[in-house]
Write a protein that binds this ligand. Structure first.
Ligand SMILES: C[S@@+](CC[C@H](N)C(=O)[O-])C[C@H]1O[C@@H](n2cnc3c(N)ncnc32)[C@H](O)[C@@H]1O
Length: 253
């Protein structure tokens, strides 16, 4: 039933560890197989692990992130995967982000990743209608070592809060709130971003439903409209990253 693009088969035909012990320079050139360490050992130990899973676990997460993930699990939230988190870090660092706006704080998993990629004096403005979740995120940011002035928590719904934020005042906008509102988030992001700034939308694969031609809920229709709008916009330079549940990214010209 897959219509636009299929997903790669989950099982990798090549045993992962056939390539995961690359040769590294030894005394006499490239002669010693590098021994796997730490998290790598876990990854290489499972020959059935797909390349997607390998990529997703490539950047290890620390205690503060695990704590935030546990809180998300308890309240029934889906946080970004470690691979998506690593991509968010990379994107924040790439645009040398000083001001980031996040829609959907959750318990702070994505926020910690964004803060790690931002400049040391950067401020994350994060919006969520659930104060209890933001309280967990606040604790998680502290546990991750970020001073309290690195984050501005705004309780409320994105479409009520975003209009109060400054035009062209942000280097990056990360959208992980209500999928039904994703097109409105795009419009707001275009206003909030400086030229050269970046917008990212989490979860655009919707667990594969976005490319499934069977009957789908309204939120999937919205995501398809979003994908089309971003791809066709003359204002944006887009890329769809196949990390986690799909991270749609675009730079504002
Ligand atoms: C998938 S969770 C976010 C997870 C978080 N980004 C992370 O990776 O740790 C979605 C969050 O969006 C929030 N949310 C739902 N509707 C929203 C809205 N209209 N505006 C802002 N946030 C919203 C929910 O309360 C929830 O905490």
């Amino acid at each position: 039933m897959y219509r636009l693009i299929g997903f790669p088969p989950l099982g990798s035909p090549t045993p992962l560890n056939a390539r995961s012990h690359p040769q590294v320079p030894g005394v006499n050139g490239y002669s010693h197989a590098r021994q796997p360490r730490g998290q790598e050992r876990v990854i290489t130990g499972n020959r059935q692990t797909s390349w997607a899973a390998f990529a997703d676990a490539f950047v290890a997460e620390d205690e503060a992130l695990r704590w935030a993930r546990d809180r998300a699990h308890e309240v029934g939230l889906r946080s970004v995967t470690p691979g998506t988190g690593a991509a968010l870090r990379l994107l924040a660092a790439t645009v040398d982000a000083k001001a980031v706006a996040e829609i959907g704080t959750g318990t702070g998993v994505s926020g910690i990743h964004l803060l790690h990629g931002m400049r040391p004096d950067g401020v994350l403005t994060t919006v969520d209608p659930e104060p209890e979740r933001q309280q967990f995120a606040r604790q998680a940011f502290r546990a991750a070592g970020f001073a309290s002035n690195r984050a501005r928590f705004i309780p409320g719904r994105a479409l009520e809060v975003l209009p109060r934020l400054a035009d062209a005042g942000y280097d990056l906008v990360f959208c992980d709130g209500d999928r039904l509102e994703c097109l409105d988030y795009l419009a707001e992001s275009l206003r909030l971003l400086r030229p050269g700034g970046l917008v990212a939308f989490e979860g655009v694969f919707a667990d594969g439903r976005t490319v499934d031609s069977g009957p789908q809920p309204v939120e999937v229709a919205r995501l398809r409209e979003l994908l089309r709008a971003v791809r066709e916009s003359q204002e944006l330079v887009p890329s769809l990253l196949p990390v986690g549940d799909g991270l749609l990214c675009a730079v504002k010209r």
